[in-house]
Design a protein. Sequence first.
Length: 211
Amino acid sequence: MAKQWKHYDFFPWSSSDDEPEDKEPKQPSTAAASSTAAASSTAAASSTAAAASTDAASSAAPSTSSVKADAVIHDQVKWDSFVEVGIRISVPQRPVIAWRVLEHLDNEMRKFRKSIGETVCIFKIGISAIPLKRWELYQSRNYKFFTIIYCNSNLGVIEMCEAYLIKCYGCIVGCRNVAKGGEGACESRSYPPPYFLYLAGARADGKPVGS
């Protein structure tokens, strides 16, 4: 059974008051006006960028409700039905903080390749909402190993995890991924959550393996 991890919930410008009232106000030079305008423009752009970054970070961070939803979905998945047909399950039992997810994915990839044999391992990284049918497809292509390594109710999170693994391991001899990740989600979008990240594998010294 997968190791259970503890979840870590996750200035305005003004004129000087010291000038005499009867003194004519100084007209700013063209250079000074241009400099002031440029500074204001830069400050406004920086402020806009910072606000956009904050909004993006806020939208990317999982809310308390989404974390609870993932916990419920995880408990509702019929994991036994996967194990009965030869699918190996190695997912965190509860939602975990981002860096632990990536650490988990790296560890699972290394274990997967080592269990098959690193020098003869053929593997493919993928996502699916219907892993039982996906495993049947891979079996028809002579793949012998299939492990679900992550599950999430947010398809975008699963897509990012897939892209991360392909970026890190796509250059290894034996990887059958051609696309960079996320492209296969079109099929999954027509299904409700949860969504699964998996590794499919075979040995290069066995029967010829399809793509």
